[in-house]
Design a protein around this ligand. Structure first.
Ligand code: ZN
Length: 302
């Protein structure tokens, strides 16, 4: 560096080795880096503060929800065990509602729903299905109830020629709600196709036999020849000339008796000595019709 005194003042000349442009660039770079660092620190700090305040308000919300029932507003709550995911369950002592604060919402995939639809046609209890598919028990109950409620309660048959139609009818017992409450399932099958063509669920009276007959597609009511057991109710309902009451030993009602076994083997609500019978008649009837449609669809495939 040269320093010279001139009449106009002091003149400083920087030596060749130090380029002022480079120094300026370096200074600018340094300043920019510091500025960027400060800015990013500010952003991080602000987002952390925002997150903490959201978490705090969520926690406060949850604490409030844990103290008050959202259905009836009562503060009379007790702890009531925990869910599969270890979340605290609460129960309101005033209205009886059970709930989990801030439940983890999971959507059940289409594939799982299709699997459940198929499992419903096998002898597996609903608890078993919930365990296998890992869906929540309450979700499964709601899903199955909806499905059964929307299951059609009649059978559509393709065009039949009126000649040579033969059917077998029978009634089997089942339980609804308790083992004291017997409910009969009246069934009719087409002997040739083996498809179920009629069903009624009710008591064992003539009125129920009439409802079974009324559930048959019209062409069967007009033309089919029916084999049944000796139960009196059939006699009064099926036209005499197209009805024959026979004993088991004749083998003429083999197909329908075999079907009754299939029902007991595959519908968990009908399994002998089972604990998994239906609590509600409507679900019971829905489950039977659900099985009938599945059973007929399987026969159609073969
Ligand atoms: Zn309540």
């Amino acid at each position: 560096m040269d320093i010279t005194l001139t009449p106009s003042g002091l003149r400083i000349i920087l030596s060749n080795t130090i380029n002022p442009q480079i120094i300026t660039k370096k200074l600018v770079f340094l300043m920019t880096t510091i500025l960027a660092f400060l800015l990013s620190s500010c952003v991080l700090l602000l987002s952390k503060l925002a997150r903490e305040s959201v978490e705090l308000s969520q926690r406060k919300c949850e604490e409030l929800l844990e103290r008050v029932c959202s259905t009836c507003g009562s503060e009379h709550l007790i702890k009531n065990g925990s869910t599969h995911h270890s979340k605290q369950k609460h129960q309101c002592k005033s209205c009886g509602r059970q709930f989990v604060v801030n439940p983890t919402k999971t959507t059940v995939s289409k594939e799982i729903k299709q699997l459940i639809d198929r499992l419903l046609l096998e002898r597996i209890s609903l608890r078993g299905i919930a365990r296998v598919t890992q869906v929540s028990w309450s979700w499964l109950q709601e899903y199955v109830n909806q499905k059964l409620a929307h299951t059609p309660r009649q059978i559509k048959v393709s065009e039949k020629s009126p000649g040579g139609l033969t059917i077998e009818c029978d009634e089997m017992w089942s339980f609804v709600d308790s083992k004291k409450n017997e409910v009969y399932i009246w069934l009719a099958i087409d002997r040739d196709s083996r498809k179920i063509i009629g069903c009624f669920v009710g008591d064992r009276t003539r009125k129920s036999a009439r409802k079974l007959w009324a559930s048959l597609p019209e062409i069967y009511q007009r033309c089919a020849f029916a084999y049944t057991d000796f139960w009196q109710a059939y006699k009064t309902v099926i036209p005499h000339e197209r009805h024959r009451a026979v004993g088991k030993e004749t083998g003429l009602t083999n197909h329908i008796e075999r079907l009754n076994n299939t029902f007991r083997q595959r519908v968990s609500r009908l399994v002998r000595a089972s604990l998994s019978f239906s609590k509600k008649l409507n679900n019971h009837i829905g489950a039977i019709w659900y099985f009938i449609h599945g059973y007929n669809a399987e026969l159609a495939k073969t």
